[in-house]
Write a protein that binds this ligand. Structure first.
Ligand code: ADP
Length: 435
């Protein structure tokens, strides 16, 4: 890999501008703002809802319609006539499609729009990947309105039912027999027919049924540079994900899987990106590993979700600022702006994050033990993101973690132990819904 440099010298020219696409105004931007600042880049933040500050900061904020990527691209093009844009970054699945459209409209590096669209839809993903010979579970697309008993009778078990476009494992349910299938179907059907998804389009009327793939699961964080996948980090997920719901908890890197397994996992992820036609920017993929090899469970054309990226730090390389000083966001912005990249090597320490499991259904009244959790050796931070009075909804209906715990240490096992010990100190006071 190339060594790092400071931003390209543009003597009399204004700094390069990056356009950051945010799904909601509540998305945490601190890491991107900080990364842009360190790089001396200008930042324009685009989100779907107009901000009251937009008039005061006409070059810093922009409203874009992400649901209509072509419209978003037109608006970005108009904006860019006055405020030239050198790169565009998306942080989630929806904005990744708008990002691709904007990159095409502005002549910037990016993914083909069709590839970003395919990555956004679990069925299209499965079709392209299986056609290309990537190891994916056997799957079938079903209508949520179909008779579940008939489907259950012809399904192979264990299986997984899943919606086409939700995230954070929402609506993903394992069924081991036909009775469980019918129960899972009714639960998924309630989720997809809720007002939140009414009128969202055809995808909410369908779901996937696929073989359950056993074996440990990993999350791969990568960067595609001209089509070539650079693995930035491979996270083990030490809590077994056997269902019936698939709550994310601990991510720890580096992976403790054997080197050969890690290489096979990286190769599978690379093949998957080719199958989709993705060539540029960050990817986040979930894969499983078993005696048949690596299996692609899901791949998204975006970086790991908001807060978890804090678990990742990269070396700046020979001429850089020293060990573990470069954030994932900095790498993503550098790449989007066509700036030289650092070594793309993670720091030498092991690192981990726990997405704190939802402690139960109900209204969060209080969280105790935060200071004690922070005092656990190797713990870097404990961030409770749920607020008092917030309704907590467990999977499969819910999708938000109440908080995050971060740790760093000499080895993955001490990091994992620290995360568990810190979590054990937390006491969530949740008022159950009246029955
Ligand atoms: P989401 O985008 O909502 O996270 P995924 O398709 O990634 O949805 O599924 C969420 C989790 O469910 C995965 O990380 C995995 O643990 C589990 N899962 C999904 N499909 C399968 C499958 N076919 N076999 C085994 N586990 C699966």
């Amino acid at each position: 890999m190339r060594t790092p440099t400071s931003p390209p010298r543009r003597s009399n020219l204004p700094p390069l501008r990056v356009l950051l696409l945010l799904p909601t105004s509540t998305y945490r931007t601190t890491a991107f703002v900080e990364a842009a600042r360190r790089l001396g880049a200008q930042l324009t933040v685009a989100s779907e809802r107009p901000s009251t500050f937009e008039a005061a900061q006409p070059d810093g904020l922009l409203t874009l319609d992400f649901q209509h990527p072509e419209r978003a691209a037109d608006a970005a093009r108009r904006f860019a006539t006055e405020h030239p844009i050198a790169g565009v970054v998306a942080v989630d699945d929806d904005t990744a499609v708008a990002q691709a459209a904007i990159a095409v409209a502005l002549g910037l590096s990016g993914n083909p729009v069709a590839a970003a669209r395919a990555a956004r839809d679990k069925h299209q993903q499965r079709m392209l990947m299986s056609a290309a010979g990537v190891a994916v579970p056997q799957f079938s697309l079903q209508a949520i309105a179909a008779d579940p008993r008939t489907l259950a009778a012809t399904t192979r078990y264990p299986c997984v039912l899943k919606p086409l476009r939700l995230s954070a494992s929402r609506g993903v349910i394992r069924a081991n027999d036909s009775a469980e299938f019918v129960a899972a179907h009714s639960r998924l059907s309630r989720i997809l027919t809720a007002p939140e998804f009414a009128g969202c389009g055809e995808w909410a009327e369908k779901f996937l049924v696929e073989d359950f793939v056993p074996g440990p699961e990993v999350a791969l964080e990568g960067l595609l540079v001209s089509g070539r996948l650079h693995v930035l980090a491979l996270f083990d997920k030490p809590d077994p994900l056997d269902g019936p719901f698939f709550e994310e908890t601990i991510y720890v890197t580096p992976s403790r899987l054997p080197d050969a397994a890690q290489a096979a996992i990286a190769a599978c992820a690379q093949e998957a990106t080719r199958a989709l036609g993705l060539v540029h920017g960050p990817i986040h993929a979930e894969l499983r590993w078993n005696d048949k090899g690596a299996w692609l469970i899901e791949l998204a054309a975006r970086p790991i979700g908001g807060r978890c990226s804090a678990a990742l730090r990269f070396t700046a390389g020979e001429r850089g600022r020293g060990k573990g000083d470069v954030s994932l966001e900095e790498i993503v912005i550098r790449h989007a702006l066509g700036m030289e990249l650092p070594a793309l090597e993670r720091e030498t320490d092991a690192a981990g994050v726990m997405m704190i499991p939802v402690p139960g259904a109900g209204v969060l009244r209080d969280v105790q033990g935060i200071d004690a959790a922070k005092r656990v050796s190797l713990i870097e931070s404990v961030e409770i993101t749920a607020h008092r009075g917030q309704e907590l909804v467990p999977l499969p209906e819910g999708a938000r973690y109440p908080g995050f715990i971060f740790a760093r240490g000499d080895s993955p096992s001490v990091v994992e132990t620290a995360l568990r010990a810190a979590h054990a100190k937390l006491r969530f006071d949740v008022e159950s819904p009246a029955t």
